[in-house]
Design a protein around this ligand. Structure first.
Ligand code: FAD
Length: 257
């Protein structure tokens, strides 16, 4: 920009206007920011509650999702950003359970001492009457995976809320993922395997579904394919040659690592 003597007018002191104005000022440009409300930061505005001293989000809580170091460096100039891990819980029959369902939730729900093997056995027994090779919809697939108690207690209502549709009307195809690895603190890596050298958008749907529904717990999604290059396919999702499993150096090393 040549107009160093011009004055820029930025309308709105929300995140967008504030970042633009700050960047212009850092670049040596003069600017005036016009804001119609009585505070800055737009929808991200916070204020301290006088009675408790707690910093409150006035328009709803905000978390910053980014694996871009430039973004973190920029925002860290103005505020201390605190690490935050989002945990979901399910309220079933007046009891709060960890969600998605894990071993702790199963022990609480069935009131039994279970280890992984016993839990798998229990769910397999519950699911057996609903076994089907080709589930026609989400509900049939869920019943065939976990049986009716867990499905009705945890997944039916949640799925209905997420998609705004009855699970019996949701397609099952394309949303499954071959392997989901969960650490004890709830972080998740999802792996999909496809026998193709040229994956298309649909091949990533299951990984995207997990990322978008569990953004804070999703570490990485990897599609193992028969191509030769490790390639990014959107936020935290990679396609990786299947032989990368035993070839050192092929594993994606993104900053969100
Ligand atoms: C409840 C809630 C939760 C959210 N959670 C997240 C989250 O967790 N993570 C995330 O990344 N994003 C979140 N968002 C989205 C995030 O708030 C917005 O993306 C961001 O605030 C957009 O910034 P903005 O500057 O474009 O718009 P705004 O924040 O809307 O700011 C626009 C500003 O312009 C001012 N303005 C408008 N018109 C005029 C005018 N004619 N003259 C003068 N001033 C004017 C307004 O008063 C306002 O201050 C959330 C939003 C809401 C509402």
């Amino acid at each position: 920009m040549k107009e160093k003597n011009s004055i820029f007018m930025v309308v709105g002191a929300g995140l967008t206007g504030a970042v633009i104005a700050r960047s212009l000022a850092d670049g040596g440009y003069r600017c005036v920011v016009i804001e119609k409300s009585d505070h800055v930061a737009g929808n991200c505005h916070t204020m301290r509650d006088l009675a408790t001293g707690i910093l409150m989000h006035c328009y709803g809580p905000h978390t910053l999702h980014s694996d871009n170091n430039e973004v973190w460096d920029f925002v860290s100039r103005f505020a201390e950003i605190r690490p935050y891990v989002h945990r979901k819980q399910a309220w079933v029959n007046n009891v709060l359970y960890p969600f998605p369902v894990n071993l702790t939730a199963l022990k609480m729900f069935f009131g039994k001492q279970l280890d992984e093997a016993r839990a798998a056995e229990l769910l397999a027994g519950k699911a057996r009457p609903y076994a089907t090779r080709r589930p026609r919809n989400f509900e049939e697939a869920a019943l065939a995976a976990v049986g009716p108690e867990i499905y009705r207690g945890f997944y039916r209502g949640y799925t209905k809320k997420q998609w705004g549709r009855d699970p019996a009307t949701l397609p099952w195809k394309d949303l499954g993922v071959d392997i989901v690895i969960e650490s004890t603190d709830g972080r998740v890596v999802a792996i999909e395997v496809k026998a193709t050298a040229s994956p298309d958008r649909r091949d990533f749907r299951g990984l995207e579904f997990i990322r978008d529904n569990y953004p804070d717990r999703f570490v990485r999604g990897v599609l193992l394919y028969t191509g030769e290059q490790t390639l990014p396919f959107g936020d935290r999702i990679w396609a990786m040659p299947i032989d990368g499993l035993w070839r050192w150096g092929a594993v994606p090393m993104d900053p969100s690592g």
